[in-house]
Design a protein around this ligand. Structure first.
Ligand code: 9WO
Length: 258
């Protein structure tokens, strides 16, 4: 089943970043996902395609009006039905949303594969009239604690994360199941040729051909990195007996460094 995406945006050309490049382009060409774009300007009831107005209560900037957005979302939902979606879910990307993380990626991918189309609403200016959000938005999501110029980059980031999970999206060599965060840990360092670069050698174990030792070294490197950079990930996750032993080694080694 094709994953069905629709985006509502005043800058539909931005989505070429997904449709024209890399893994996401190949996956679309293979029919794993489809995308249609809906410009609220085409649904404005004025001759100039104006879809924003001044905020009630005053202040700087402009707010996107509800009506043209609702009309564009309505058109998107209709397209999703004809593309084979059983139902649609409308998501608004904003810094006020719930955190988008790996658990959400897996959840939303499962829903896409079960035939739930995603309509992504991309705001611009200072945001969207709250009444539109109350009427049609089922989920508000944030991709990080920062503000950018509009919701498009966040929508593309979300879509990319879901698309690479679709079966067949990554080649045989790569697998989304091997990704960082599937294990709940940060990824280990990677090396390729040459063996010595700028006087720095590749860790000897990676040249040994001893797959058991290599696996253990990588797991230890992942644990050490996670402990150093994202310790909260370790408190949210149980450790196996092997991981507990590696953590003990890491603590002893890092005490020696200080
Ligand atoms: C613009 C602005 C201008 C003057 C004064 C205050 C202002 N606030 C904003 C603003 O927050 N604009 C947002 C732009 C409105 C919603 C769409 N935009 C957006 C989405 N920026 N960043 C996101 C986003 C989405 C998901 N995850 C992280 C950030």
């Amino acid at each position: 089943m094709t994953a069905v995406f629709d985006c509502v945006s005043i800058f539909p050309e931005m989505f070429a970043a997904l449709t024209e490049f890399g893994v996401t382009r190949k996956a679309r060409e293979a029919g794993l996902w489809s995308l249609a774009l809906w410009n609220p300007r085409d649904y404005a009831r004025n001759a100039w395609g104006i879809v924003d107005d001044r905020p009630y209560g005053g202040g700087p900037g402009m707010v996107m009006q509800a009506a043209p957005l609702e009309a564009a979302i309505h058109a998107a939902r209709a397209r999703q039905q004809s593309a084979g979606a059983a139902r649609s879910q409308v998501v608004y990307l904003s810094p006020q949303g719930a955190p988008f993380n790996h658990a959400k990626v897996m959840d939303m991918t499962a829903r896409l594969m079960a035939g739930v189309g995603l309509v992504l609403l991309c705001g611009r200016y200072e945001g969207v009239d709250e009444r539109l959000i109350e009427r049609v938005v089922e989920e508000e999501l944030s991709v990080g604690d920062f503000v950018v110029s509009g919701g498009e980059l966040a929508a593309m980031l979300l879509m990319d994360a879901l698309i690479r999970q679709l079966p067949g999206a990554l080649g045989d060599a790569a697998s989304a199941a091997e990704d960082s965060f599937v294990s709940g840990l940060l990824d280990c360092p990677h090396y390729t040729r040459p063996e010595v670069y700028a006087g720095q050698a590749v860790p000897e174990v990676l040249l040994s051909g001893d797959h058991a030792r290599i696996r253990r070294w990588r797991l230890k490197a992942s644990l050490a990195r996670t402990r150093k950079r994202r310790p909260e990930l370790l408190t949210q996750r149980a450790l196996s007996a092997e991981e507990t032993q590696l953590m003990t080694e890491i603590r002893l080694e890092q005490c020696g460094e200080q």
